[in-house]
Design a protein around this ligand. Structure first.
Ligand code: TYM
Length: 327
């Protein structure tokens, strides 16, 4: 059975982008693959976090991932900092990563621009930590949205370099990018991806929001001044809404065009908002049920960490041997 690894940062309630670009695929893969998923709190501290909020948000993110369909009986779901092997593998791989390749990471450039007062070393070496996350489990496939593709390519390069230096060892991971929904755009600016950390609260839909709030955000979504519902490069706002509607309903872009032919943007936006809210309603209910039982969640977290440690211990030990450490 092939192995899957993926992770998500617990910096805020997940957005519709996280859901459609990643987590929806995570749950769909559980029956066919050995899946390992992580709430990556170590990645989160590359940007300043309030420790109290981060702790709460990590537990919430764990529950939210389960509410989105990750079944802890089928998949390993753990918190990254509960497995110290990630920090250790990070060091080993740092020594097979070049300064130049890290300097080319667009997310590093974007984040350093956004946080000019805190361009810390962790922000720079973040993709190495991410490579370690994946390689520790010898993952074959990594379900991600398009924004993480460059980091995955780096992980592949690092793994290949290590294998070249020390002999074949790491599985070279492939990205798994869904056919649609891999880049959900902001509702406030359709040229920008929807992000957890957007300053404009109307730009992102968070998956626990009420139906009213979701519908309101879609009604306000920035579109163009035409009125035909048509998928086209020059209509990024409407095309983004059509993609979202398509992911929820399974309809193709031409089916959506036919459904809304002769109708205005108002009707279309309302339909998208209501469909998204209805799609997310079971997630909200399940989240409420899960968070009512904190002990159960903490128990799942502990089991997940033990399972992750067990798999990754083997890889780390072999990597230590490969580089010449006495083990
Ligand atoms: P993060 O927490 O930013 O996002 C989690 C996942 O959601 C996807 N995503 C999107 N997909 C479509 N449209 C969007 N607007 C959108 N925004 C986010 C991301 O591509 C991602 O798949 N570095 C990673 C977490 C990570 C990881 C890993 C992922 C750490 N280690 C190992 C894979 C494998 C991150 O910050 O994701």
């Amino acid at each position: 059975m092939k192995t899957i690894f993926s992770g998500i940062q617990p910096t805020a309630i997940f957005t519709l982008g996280n859901y459609m670009g990643a987590i929806k695929n995570w749950s769909a893969l559980q029956d066919e693959y050995k899946c390992v998923y992580s709430i990556v709190d170590m990645h989160a501290i590359t940007v300043k976090q309030d420790p109290v909020k981060l702790r709460a948000q990590t537990l919430n993110s764990y529950a939210l991932t389960m509410a989105c369909g990750i079944d802890v009986e089928k998949s390993v779901l753990f918190v990254q900092s509960h497995n110290k092997n990630h920090a250790e593998m990070n060091w080993i791989l740092s020594c097979s990563t070049q300064f130049g390749e890290l300097s080319r990471m667009t997310q590093f450039k974007d984040k350093s621009q956004k946080h000019p007062d805190d361009i810390n070393a962790g922000l720079f070496t973040y993709p190495v930590l991410m490579a370690g996350d994946i390689l520790l489990y010898q993952a074959d496939l990594v379900p991600i949205g398009i924004d993480q593709k460059q980091h995955l390519e780096l992980a592949r390069n690092v793994a290949e370099r290590f294998n070249f230096r020390y002999g074949d060892f790491f599985t070279i991971p492939e990205p798994f990018i869904g056919e649609s929904g891999a880049k959900i755009m902001s509702l406030g600016d359709p040229e920008k991806k929807m992000s957890k950390s957007d300053d404009n609260p109307n730009a992102s839909v968070y998956i626990l929001e009420s139906k009213d709030d979701i519908v309101r955000k879609f009604k306000r979504a920035v579109t163009d001044s035409e009125s035909s519902v048509r998928f086209a490069e020059e209509k990024p706002g409407i095309s983004n809404l059509m993609t979202i509607y398509g992911v929820c309903t399974g309809k193709t872009m031409s089916e959506i065009e036919a459904e809304f032919a002769g109708k205005g943007y108002g009707d279309f936006k309302l339909a998208v908002g209501e469909t998204v809210a209805d799609t997310l309603a079971p997630v909200r209910d399940e989240y409420a049920r899960l968070t009512a039982n904190k002990d159960y969640l903490l128990g799942c977290m502990k089991n997940g960490a033990e399972a992750a440690l067990k798999i990754s211990d083997k890889t780390l030990k072999k990597a230590y041997k490969k580089v010449g450490f006495i083990v």
